[in-house]
Design a protein around this ligand. Structure first.
Ligand code: SF4
Ligand code: SF4
Length: 376
């Protein structure tokens, strides 16, 4: 592994869920969190052009770049390609990032949230050429990408850029290790096959692995009552070989202190702990969910443009990780799933979808329950 990579701490500070005062970042709390993180010898900070509407990069400049020697930290930021059409726009965004961060050079620069289609787009726009030029100029130290697609597509993407990319950022967590949609294990294995160091994002699945079913929490508490529930998710990721760092999007000092308590003197999971995780995964996966396979056969015929499988996926997340007696914890996912699409309550019960469903799901009834939970 690159010598510089070996200096990176196993815990990375994700600057996307910072403490807020209304719509502004709480800089006092952020500064305290940065100080605590640095004091324990950690040094990797992850932001992106789009995080908190651009305020994340500025906050990093104020709390880190202006207050610590340049050689004491590493900063990663990301280029969003989804709203970009030309190389000139890439140049504008990169320069804006550097200005917001107050940097002459950036340590890690990633193409953000890539999938196979975006790789093709990146090739057409010359995005790789652009970041390679910046690397040659010394403005970027290391280039890579964050990835949200299947392992098969990751392999295809790597065929295009394996010589250029120095690392890959992947979504890995213990509940998605064997899942069909996220494919953590398969993506991890592809990255390892190409000998690419891995940065892990979403180790607690956007907070889902904090609020586990009580039976799953009990398993962890029995093995070690001192360890927090999220610690199991972070240590699971940090225990994997070839991992540069595990990003944690900490939102307050309590979360920072919890993470530091087990990561400052990191110990990989032992056999008993792996067994406990296997048991917890079994319990989480036993929670009854809507048996939708995301085949999408029901989607095209819906006159109300309801994204049925996506709503079922949102509802299933809540069944597994939420408390159904309370308001759904993932209301934001529902809002995203219904943006420019029909609401569950807009179903006119025409029945066009149900005849297409190979799983014989009572779609109309399920949508009624979803509407009641998410819209009332
Ligand atoms: S029954 Fe509801 S969800 Fe199904 S096709 Fe008709 S409007 Fe869409
Ligand atoms: S047809 Fe059935 S299984 Fe397929 S996406 Fe629609 S609800 Fe899910």
């Amino acid at each position: 592994m690159n010598k510089e990579f070996e200096t990176i701490g196993k815990l990375g500070f994700g600057f996307m869920r910072l403490p807020m005062n209304g719509s502004e970042i709480d800089m006092d709390e952020t500064n305290k969190m940065v100080d605590a993180f640095m004091e324990k010898g950690f040094n990797y900070f992850d932001t992106a052009y789009v995080y908190i509407g651009g305020k994340s990069e500025v906050a990093l400049r104020e709390s880190l770049v202006k207050r610590y020697p340049r050689e004491s930290f590493k900063i990663a930021s990301k280029l969003p390609l989804w709203d970009i059409k030309t190389k000139e726009e890439i140049d504008k965004i990169f320069n804006e990032t550097m200005e917001r961060l107050g940097l002459d050079y950036i340590d890690f620069y990633l193409l953000h949230s890539m999938n196979l289609d975006r790789f093709k787009q990146a090739e057409e726009m010359g995005a790789w050429d652009y970041i390679k030029e910046k690397k040659a100029e010394g403005k970027i130290k290391h280039i890579g990408f964050s990835f949200h697609d299947s392992a098969e597509h990751l392999e295809e993407a790597l065929k295009m850029c394996a010589d250029d990319t120095e690392f890959i950022q992947l979504q890995i967590n213990y509940i998605d290790w064997e899942s069909d949609n996220v494919q953590s294990r398969k993506c991890y294995e592809v990255a390892r096959k190409y000998n690419k160091p891995i940065i892990i994002m979403e180790p607690v699945k956007g907070g889902s692995l904090v609020a586990l079913p009580t039976k799953a929490q009990d398993i962890f508490k029995e093995v070690n009552p001192e360890l927090s529930i999220p610690s199991w998710a972070i240590r699971y990721c940090a225990s994997l070989d070839g991992v540069l760092t595990v990003l944690s999007g900490m939102s307050d000092m309590a979360q920072m202190e919890d993470n530091l308590s087990y990561m400052a003197d990191f110990k990989p999971l032992n056999d008993t702990e792996y067994k406990a995780i296997d048991e917890a995964v079994k319990i989480i996966n036993e929670v009854p969910t809507i048996p939708c396979t995301n085949c999408k056969y029901c989607v095209d015929g819906c006159p109300m443009s309801i994204n049925i499988p996506r709503l079922f996926s949102v509802a299933n997340q809540n069944k597994k990780f939420g408390d159904e007696s309370k308001k759904p914890y993932n209301m934001r996912s529902y809002k995203d799933a219904t943006k420019d699409k029909g609401l569950a309550s807009q179903c006119i019960q025409c029945g066009a979808c149900e005849g297409h469903c190979p799983q014989h799901i009572e779609i109309i009834e399920e949508l009624k329950k979803i509407a009641a939970a998410y819209e009332e």
